[in-house]
Ligand binder design. Sequence first.
Ligand SMILES: Nc1ncnc2c1ncn2[C@@H]1O[C@H](COP(=O)(O)OP(=O)(O)O)[C@@H](O)[C@H]1O
Ligand SMILES: [Mg+2]
Length: 311
Amino acid sequence: MLQIKGLEKAYGNFKALNGLDLEIKKGEIFGFIGPNGAGKSTTMKIVSGLLTADSGEAYVAGIDALKNHKKVKEKIGYMPDFFGTYTNLKAIEYLEFFASTYGILGSEAKKLGMDLLELVNLQDKYDAEVDGLSRGMKQRLCLARCLIHNPDFLILDEPASGMDPRARFEMKGILKNLRDMDKTVLVSSHILPELGEICTQIGVINGGKMLYSGTVDEVMEQFSGNAPLKISVLDACDKAMMILKEQPSVTKVRATENQIHCSYQGDNYEITRLLKILVQNDIPVIGLDKEVANLEDVFMKITETTDGEAI
Ligand SMILES: Nc1ncnc2c1ncn2[C@@H]1O[C@H](COP(=O)(O)OP(=O)(O)O)[C@@H](O)[C@H]1O
Ligand SMILES: [Mg+2]
């Protein structure tokens, strides 16, 4: 659905995108994750045909997004990271207005508008003024607007930003609905946990470059590959530490209570080897885990060392 290669974009002498690669297959919910200023919005605007790139390639469903802005807009529903003001406009009128820009009018527009309001759980608010809606509701209304022309591919820029936990939860449900509708979604966030659960793939961007991408598990594995092991034992903690220290692959060992933190060099086979040695020496091992506890830790670690790059 989307192929980006070596995308570059500078604002003045600041390089916001620095050779970005990104690929999204049909039906994926791709979480585009990175701190503020990483280049997420810039990438999304270029793909949506709203901003020109300096160099590189971007194809949406085979269409050159850098050249055919009009054609690519038909394929994409783009939800920006801001929502304008619409004085004296009701939610349903707002959708009818945008439907009219696609030539959908009258009762057809009303029906479509109501269906879309239902999809984003705003059916009760059809008669409410847009400016009076909460931020979360505005975001969802904006999402409904993006679906008017029934695009296959949705680009959602920080759809959950500024929302309270309940609204975020609802947004997650809506993303699941989109997945069930067979849409492909590129969704960005500077906060990771809210995307980790729902996305089929994630990409971590920083300094205008994709640092890691893959399934959540792959990204975790790639990054936390050599994270220290947490080995829980019933007792014999001192003996276990002594055995581990003797192993050539082990670089550091420390213990808290009956839990041993062990740094090592090697792959997953090395972990099984270490475990086997402990068990063969009658150490009552009751648990083994890697120390990187969650996706958020991984994200913090990935992004803490890199920064935007000036030309
Ligand atoms: N119109 C602009 N003019 C100058 N600098 C910009 C402009 N838009 C974005 N930038 C800069 O480019 C970098 C990437 O911005 P952006 O793509 O909005 O990042 P993100 O969406 O990941 O927060 C940031 O450092 C930002 O300050
Ligand atoms: Mg942004």
